[in-house]
Ligand binder design. Structure first.
Ligand code: GLC
Length: 740
């Protein structure tokens, strides 16, 4: 017996983890610091293995080091959900049956919540889905500033203000990355339109670059600690942003000390030497010379593939830059694929659907509600008519790379039908208007939807006839993901609603005073019928839970608390980019002539009256603001200052209000916007309840970028703080002095 015991013990001794750990290479030992693992792995790699790592091997993957047990890196779109599996070499779907995901609301909806906790919930949920699908890089979120409402991709971003975008993107990144998945913040930088995106060289002054277009990326890196970032298609200072010495080497990796990977946008790489020297780490989606767009083995022709290897072997380029790229990619590996403690994720779960529903509940923006038409009076309404194609149209497909194959998409009609049944309200539906089918192809060889003749007059007349008979009407329209709507690759041509919706809405208002208009859009639209319509709700693109979230608001189960993340202009002349800014440019250059005066900054400067201002949003209850006070009247540069204000719910139902804090300098040395958002807090109140809200700001909130000194400065002098319910609804001011 003893002998057997000895043999067993010997066996154990030989295979015990302690012994294996002593022999395990450092790079495989996750008890060792990541930097040690990086250096150890790098030292074991051959030149060819290093070069293989810095460019794609398929449409969405790049090589690891099979010999060393270092896994491939797998990227996935997009900011609103995990794209279905595509073929190795092509954009077409692979036809898997287990990759239908949860579609989360568009990022404009998330931004409209003005609630960073919603951002964390969003990032955690989408990160779980990426993790479960074994993608270690999520190609999102997008943080480009809404400079013009015509930009086809505004729906993928957080709006017109750099502070709001910064505050909302950081928790999203943290939520994603706690799953051991890298957030890849995009598109760095100055990708503020789709038209001519591939080539235009953006001319912008340094102050505007640093104060408007870079802050969200800076926050993503310095506060969010993003592990990846995507270069944009356009050029800056005549260098493509995917390999740009100013943006990537000097600012991102120099000033901000970014230690993650820079990934090109798909097809954003144009030249080997620039790609090697100007900060690009991973080349994806290049349409290689000499071979057609997606021929297999085209990857050997990538700029950072054979051409790069050859230049190094000939001594025309050093291995130093390659080693830096590989260090960053190895760091990505150890933070994601080779982090054995990361969770396993989850996919298409009820929790994720509910997370999306919560975000819609907090992000929907009540724009108008005369005579309390909303929430629907379920006692007096017996028959409800729903009108509009967006009540039924799938809005999770189309729109470009953010298109999704979803497990569920609860349409607004479905959500309303379910909820109305609980009130014994009968519901009928008529389309009212129709758009061309989305030319979204999933599977290779799939037939394009046939173009059919649309009889708009008949659709319109039927809807108006039906509306006469209903107790109340809900119109559900807006934009969609068709080309030249909310869609990547091009921009909208007007601010107007398409497909004859304006005429239809006006007709409905004529025959039924209890009309509510629900808009599903990713950008602002004009509303010529607004005076005739008592209630308007902006409900964005809600994703899988859209219908339930919208019904929650319409039936009053949830009190809307969203605030606009961008201005709803009355016309394009109110938008500085369109009025002054040389948008869309000549296809070669575009100059941001409006400078700092983007969005409400321009509205304030010109004292304009938009349709609905930045930060606007109503509630089913009302709020009273107290007087804005602060813990000091005079502060030294570098001090913080804490503002206080009471807020009371003076209505009959619980609700939440976003108190916005804007700061303006009275006599600035350099021109500055009249006021800029520098703080906000969302306060939840029961009827009659009062709370004291506090917002603390520091030196950053007072500073501006001095382009002569090339650094951030704070003037001594007098400043104003403005507390308000929107950028044009200031309830209380506070004057304070800053001295050196
Ligand atoms: C697209 C988009 C980018 C996306 C990438 C991969 O062109 O610009 O946002 O992540 O290609 O689909």
């Amino acid at each position: 017996m003893i002998k057997l015991f000895k043999i067993m013990m010997t066996g154990l001794v030989l295979t015990s983890p302690v012994v294996i750990a002593q022999n395990r290479p450092i790079y495989l030992d996750d008890s060792k610091p990541i930097e040690q693992r990086v250096e150890d792995a790098l030292s074991r790699m051959t030149l060819k293995e290093k070069v293989a790592m810095v460019h794609a091997q398929s449409k969405f993957s790049s090589a690891g080091v099979p010999r060393l047990g270092i896994p491939d890196n797998w990227m996935s779109d997009g900011p609103h959900g995990i794209r279905n599996e595509v073929l190795w070499d092509e954009w077409y779907g692979a036809g898997w049956t287990n990759d239908s995901c949860t579609a989360f609301p568009a990022l404009t909806c998330l931004s409209a919540t003005w609630n960073p906790q919603m951002s964390f919930l969003y990032g955690k949920s989408i990160g779980e889905e990426a993790r479960f699908r074994n993608k270690n890089v999520l190609l999102g979120p997008g943080v480009n500033i809404c400079r013009t409402p015509l930009n086809g991709r505004n729906f993928e971003y957080f709006g017109e203000d750099p502070y709001l975008t910064s505050e909302m993107v950081v928790p999203y990144i943290k939520g994603v990355q706690e799953n051991g998945v890298a957030a890849c913040v995009k598109h760095y930088a100055l990708n503020n339109q789709e038209k001519y995106r591939g080539e235009i060289n953006v001319n912008v002054d340094d102050r505007t670059l640093h104060e408007i277009y870079l802050p969200a990326f800076k926050a993503a890196v310095e506060q969010g600690h993003a592990w990846a970032l995507m270069g944009s298609y356009n050029q800056y200072k005549n260098q493509h942003c995917c390999h740009n010495e100013y943006l990537l080497n000097n600012i991102l990796k120099g000033d901000w000390k970014f230690d993650g990977v820079v990934i090109s946008d798909w097809g954003g790489t144009h030249e080997t030497k620039q790609a090697a020297l100007n900060g690009l780490d991973m080349e994806f989606g290049t349409w290689t010379n000499g071979l057609n767009w997606s021929a297999s083995n085209a990857y050997d022709n990538y700029y950072l593939a054979a051409p790069y290897l050859n230049m190094i072997q000939k001594g025309e380029l050093s291995e130093k830059e390659l080693d830096d790229k590989v260090r960053r990619i190895l760091r990505l590996e150890f933070r994601t694929n080779m982090n054995r403690n990361r969770p396993f994720g989850s996919f298409g779960s009820d929790e994720h659907i509910e997370a999306g529903r919560k975000i819609i509940q907090e992000g929907a923006v009540l724009l108008k509600n005369d005579k309390n038409v909303l929430p629907l009076n379920t006692h007096s309404i017996k028959h409800l008519l729903i009108v509009g194609e967006n009540a039924t149209k799938k809005l999770t497909i189309g729109g470009g790379s953010s298109s999704l194959k979803v497990r569920h998409e609860i349409s607004p009609l479905e959500g309303i039908l379910t909820r109305a049944a609980q009130e014994k309200i009968t519901v009928s539906y008529t389309k009212g208007y129709e758009s061309p089918a989305v030319a979204e192809q999933d599977l290779k060889g799939a037939q394009r939807p046939e173009e059919k003749v649309i009889n708009s007059d008949s659709l319109l007349q039927t809807a108006i006839d039906e509306a006469r008979k209903a107790d109340a009407v809900i119109f559900i329209g807006g934009l969609n993901k068709n080309e030249k709507q909310d869609c990547e690759g091009d921009d909208r041509l007007t601010l107007s609603l398409p497909y004859g919706q304006d005429k239809l809405i006006a007709g409905l208002a004529e025959v039924n005073p209890r009309l509510s208009v629900v808009l599903l859009t990713g950008s602002c639209v004009t509303m010529p019928w607004l005076q005739k319509v008592p209630a308007v709700l902006e409900a964005w693109y809600g994703g899988s839970a859209a219908g339930n979230g919208i019904a929650d608001i319409l039936f009053g189960d949830v009190n809307p608390s969203g605030k606009l993340p961008f201005t709803f202009y009355a016309n394009l002349n109110q938008c500085s980019a369109n009025k002054l800014g040389d948008y869309p440019g000549d296809g070669k250059n575009e100059t941001y002539k409006e400078g700092l005066f983007v969005g409400y900054r321009y509205i304030d400067q010109k004292k304009l009256k938009p349709l609905f201002p930045f930060g606007f949003g109503l509630s089913y209850t009302t709020f009273k603001y107290g007087k804005l006070t602060a813990d000091k009247k005079n502060l030294q540069i570098g001090d913080s200052i804490t503002f206080h204000i009471n807020i009371t719910n003076t209505g009959k139902c619980a609700g939440a209000e976003v108190i916005q804090l804007y700061i303006g300098e009275n006599k600035p040395l350099l021109v500055r916007p009249q006021k800029e958002l520098k703080g906000f807090t969302k306060v939840y109140l029961q009827p009659g309840e009062t709370k004291e809200a506090s917002i603390t700001i520091g030196k950053d909130a007072l500073s501006y970028y001095d382009d002569q000194k090339q650094t951030w400065m704070v003037d001594s002098g007098s400043f104003q703080a403005f507390a308000g319910a929107s950028s044009q609804d200031i309830r209380s001011n506070y004057h304070f002095e800053v001295s050196k």
